[in-house]
Design a binder for this molecule. Sequence first.
Ligand code: SAM
Length: 287
Amino acid sequence: MADLINPKKTIEVIQKYEFIFQKKFGQNFLIDSYVMDKILASAALKKEDCVLEIGPGIGTMTQALAEQAGQVIAVEIDRNLIPILSETLAQYPNVTVIQADILKVDIQKLAQEQNQNRPFKVVANLPYYITTPIIMSLFEGNVPVDSITVMVQKEVAERMKEAPGSKEYGALSLAVQYYAKPEIVANVPPNCFLPRPKVGSAVIRLTRHKEPPVKVLDENLMFALIHASFQQRRKTLVNGLVNSSNIGYTKGQIQAALEAQNLSLSIRGETLSLQQFADLSNYLRKM
Ligand code: SAM
């Protein structure tokens, strides 16, 4: 039975193994059953699902995931947690623990080997220091994933949902919204973790679109435009793009593309919607 979510039990396991929390790995273990239930309800797992859990810690959520899904693959970077996981997950033959850095794992190959190439459902209390690279690596490069239900820093969850014009709107908002529908499931205060993080947290569910909401001829070009415009937020879009070494268009071509989209030449990138970035990149691509 999944019992680690109880704070007393978590402390017991940590003391037994003399486990030392590693700040560099973003280790804040969940100790609140109400929050865990919220994550599980939002992930809506079925017996045919294979879950990819990033950073199982001592296995608190892993136990509950293994009870609901058919299979769980848990990738943990910290070698010191592996003997603990062997004990806490001993009753769960449907869990495979892999000791590795998730950013170095070939997730496509993992899906082929472990899940007959079918998509994973990702469920995790993420290490906050690498939230964005993890989310981006799950979306890019045809990784088979159909939903991502994760605990992240509250500000990052909000950024994923932002619309043009807001201060927090940026490359992450556009990338997430291109690939998925974001929904904040719960706000989570620091006292739900051991040790307590310095920031507020939120659970966000990202449901992958079957088809992206906008048609893009060249995704690499669109994301290069997006990154270049947000790298230099204070500059006009034209200057941001001209100054970027990744965009091979002249000032004249960029101005012509903006005029063709009825956009002002002094517009800033942060006011453009996903559709407008798509239209701009499609126009430039056809030039
Ligand atoms: N899932 C556990 C829980 O909810 O109690 C632990 C969550 S803790 C916020 C993040 C976990 O991710 C830690 O166990 C940490 O060691 C692990 N981690 C950190 N960086 C990682 C990486 N690059 N690859 C895989 N796991 C990582």
